[in-house]
Design a protein around this ligand. Structure first.
Ligand code: FAD
Length: 393
């Protein structure tokens, strides 16, 4: 797949934006197609923004594991869920990474491979199939342009609701009584939509605790949420010494399909192009599938049969998840949303994993709709096994 840029090109692959999507593409190309030239353009001075991204093992297609394994900075054997009337352990590797970790991997790839260049402080004003124009008027050319400028550059109403959160990464005075992630704890006071807490224990004395809302409005007053979140964390036994980092996010959960990639450049990647899971608001599963495709396919064949197959598969998933959002935000109100979630997590682990990975089967889709329906008996699909203990008081 060797492909030198022609003289008038600055690179084979011109990546606009140094966030999650293009980071995954760069890392995939570095491993799979090291002779290709890659130029990444990022407006900020650092790469990856200010995030903690999480994903589960199945979000990574099997073939991608060879190059994507180092992306995981923290890894746990599963995660815990707590509801008012039940609790649940979901087994299967769950991983997280920080923006700093992603930036280290990108910088290392640049050091290891002279064909890879990263320009920070390079704000792109416009892009087309073969070029990017910077704010200062400089035009850079590539054989394939991937424009992944992130959620801010996404325009247009998509209906549905929002997943919004305030996350505090905290240093603790004494070890956390939690050793595995809590993906959802709905036992907290409910307000402003359906609310739950999310906890990632990075180290005995360092956790991320996140206050999350599934809400019909995108407004979030992070200052006002901070003190109640600290109090909730204390009630979970997290003795906070100081807050190391704050993360605020609002992710649209569309009720209309927003995944309509065109079979021509520039490729709109990442959040901008709808390469995210509308059911979770998370990008990893979709973004890695695009990275996998681009790193495996010569540029001349990028929009060939593999592209069409990938787009078709992803669109089926995106449409199903948009329909779920329509139900969730259009028909289920706050307390019902909580019940809906509790019911969803009665499903077997593999169904849950495929939901996150955007690989639901028709049978999964039927089960998700059935188990979510208010008339379905609650014990249906409950797994008999008991959860392993993940907390100790
Ligand atoms: C707080 C928060 C937590 C999240 N947690 C998760 C999670 O746990 N798991 C998960 O899968 N997803 C998560 N998501 C969703 C998703 O991962 C992010 O939205 C993801 O970063 C999208 O990837 P992206 O590459 O499209 O955009 P981004 O990662 O936002 O990257 C876009 C990049 O483009 C740059 N850029 C923008 N405009 C220009 C320009 N004009 N010129 C040059 N560069 C530009 C930006 O500075 C940025 O670096 C989270 C989102 C938020 C907001």
């Amino acid at each position: 797949m060797t492909s030198r840029p022609s003289e008038q090109n600055d690179a084979d692959y011109l990546l606009i934006g140094g966030g999650l999507q293009n980071a995954l593409i760069l890392l995939a190309l570095a491993k799979r197609n090291p002779t290709a030239t890659v130029l990444m353009l990022e407006q900020d001075q650092s790469l990856g923004g200010n995030h903690i991204w999480s994903f589960q093992a199945l979000d990574l297609p099997v073939a991608a594991r060879s190059w994507a394994a180092p992306v995981a900075e923290y890894t746990w054997p599963g995660y815990q869920l707590y509801f008012h009337q039940s609790s649940r352990w979901v087994g299967g590797t769950y991983s997280s990474l920080s923006s700093e970790h992603l930036e280290r991997l990108l910088r290392q790839a640049e050091v290891d491979n002279p064909n890879i260049r990263i320009r920070t402080g390079a704000r792109v004003r416009a892009s087309d199939a073969t070029s990017a124009t910077l704010e200062d008027g400089t035009v850079l050319r590539g054989r394939l342009v991937i424009d992944a400028r992130g959620p801010e550059s996404r325009t247009g109403a998509s209906g549905g609701g929002y997943q919004k959160f305030l996350g505090l990464e905290c240093k603790l005075r004494r070890p956390a009584p939690i050793t595995a992630p809590i993906l959802m704890d709905t036992r907290c006071t409910q307000r402003n939509g359906f609310r739950f807490l999310y906890v990632l224990p990075f180290a005995p004395d360092r956790v991320l605790v996140e206050d999350t809302y599934f809400s019909n409005s995108p407004e979030i007053d992070a200052d006002a949420l901070r003190a109640p979140l600290v109090a909730d964390a204390a009630a979970m036994g997290l003795d906070i010494e100081r807050v190391l980092r704050t993360e605020v996010g609002v992710l649209p959960m569309p009720s209309r399909n927003v995944f309509n990639p065109q079979a021509r450049g520039p490729i709109q990647g990442g959040y901008t192009g709808g390469w995210f899971n509308p059911g979770t608001g998370y990008s990893f599963a979709a973004a890695i599938r695009l990275a996998e495709h681009l790193s495996q396919t010569p540029i001349e064949q990028v929009f060939g049969p593999q592209w069409r197959g990938l787009v078709r598969r992803m669109r089926v998933q995106a449409v199903f998840f948009a329909f779920l959002n329509l139900l969730m935000f259009g028909f289920f109100h706050d307390a019902q949303r909580r019940k809906l979630m509790e019911r969803f997590y009665l499903l077997p682990d593999p169904v849950i994993h495929r939901f996150f990975a955007m690989e639901t089967t028709l049978a999964d889709q039927w089960r998700i709709l059935w188990v979510g329906a208010p008339w379905t008996p609650k014990g249906w699909a409950r797994r008999p096994e008991t959860q392993p203990p993940v907390t100790s008081e």
